[in-house]
Design a binder for this molecule. Structure first.
Ligand code: NAD
Length: 256
């Protein structure tokens, strides 16, 4: 058992894939989960899987609860943090930003809109959530652990993903800087760089490409969302108390 009991964990992108697996794992470790997604029904479904009431309205104290928010909008993120604090009477001590999107196109043809949308959700969204959560923790004097989901693509690039690779590289720099600034407040910040993980996001990738990439993975198969959730749970817990500013790759050895 990890040292995570009594933690209140805010997870964005919790309605699917890695975010949902993170919610399930943190709850199994004894944390209370505030599951947030752009798709409110998907967030409620995650909470149902955890055994919570499904919506923050009317949720009994201490129960898991669902929240709807668009992380790319500053007002929505401020409201989200206010709602979570009102629901649980404390700020989240663990914050996991999993919300993310892709809009793939070759550089030569990528539209400004595809660039802007991916940067807005994947990079600005993480800035807004990290900042709002850190402000709430610092003003209440509570320690915390912030985990931002980047991608191995942010380190090595990927054809058709200039927007996504830039956003994910940005997440690493943002998180390292946050770690430097927030360490003295007792807040740790780490990023996780998954490789190719079986989720709705990678279901869009053509089978031919998946087969080619799988052939390059030393352990010989794609990862499961739970593989990422295991590492996130460790970084969320006090068992990783001396780790901050790290970028942990969860790739099965792809791109060492
Ligand atoms: P997914 O598509 O299954 O889940 C993403 C979730 O984010 C969805 O529920 C979606 O509704 C939510 N979301 C999208 N935009 C949002 C917004 N503006 N506000 C709030 N929520 C929003 O994808 P996934 O594979 O589980 O990806 C989770 C994270 O992991 C993403 O940041 C992704 O870039 C990253 N990642 C995934 C892989 C992979 O192979 N699947 C690899 C590396 C990194």
């Amino acid at each position: 058992q990890l040292r995570l009991r009594f933690a209140l964990a805010l997870v964005t992108g919790a309605g699917s894939g890695i975010g949902r697996a993170v919610g399930v794992r943190l709850a199994a470790e004894g944390a209370t989960v505030a599951a947030c997604d752009l798709d409110g029904a998907a967030a409620r479904e995650t909470v149902r899987l955890l055994g919570g009431p499904g919506s923050h309205e009317g949720a009994p104290r201490g129960a898991h609860a669902a929240f709807q928010a668009d992380v790319s909008e500053a007002g929505a993120v401020r409201r989200l943090l206010d709602q979570v604090q009102a629901c649980f009477s404390r700020p989240p001590s663990v914050v996991v930003s999993c919300a993310g999107i892709t809009r793939d196109e070759f550089l030569l043809h990528m539209s400004e809109d595809d660039w802007d949308k991916v940067i807005a959700v994947n990079l600005k969204g993480i800035f807004l959530v990290t900042q709002a959560a850190a402000q709430a923790l610092v003003s209440s004097g509570c320690p915390g652990s912030i985990i931002n989901i980047s991608s191995i693509v942010g380190k090595v690039g990927n054809v058709g993903q200039t927007n996504y690779a830039a956003s994910k590289a940005g997440v690493v720099g943002l998180t390292q800087t946050a770690a430097r600034e927030l360490g003295r407040h007792g807040i740790r910040c780490n990023s996780v760089l998954p490789g190719f993980i079986k989720t709705p996001m990678t279901q869009k990738v053509p089978q031919k490409v998946l087969d080619k990439v799988t052939g390059m993975i030393p352990v010989g198969h794609m990862g499961d969302p739970e593989d990422v959730a295991d590492v996130v749970a460790f970084l969320a817990s006090e068992d990783s108390g001396y780790i901050t500013g790290a970028s942990v790759e969860v790739t099965g050895g792809l791109f060492m």
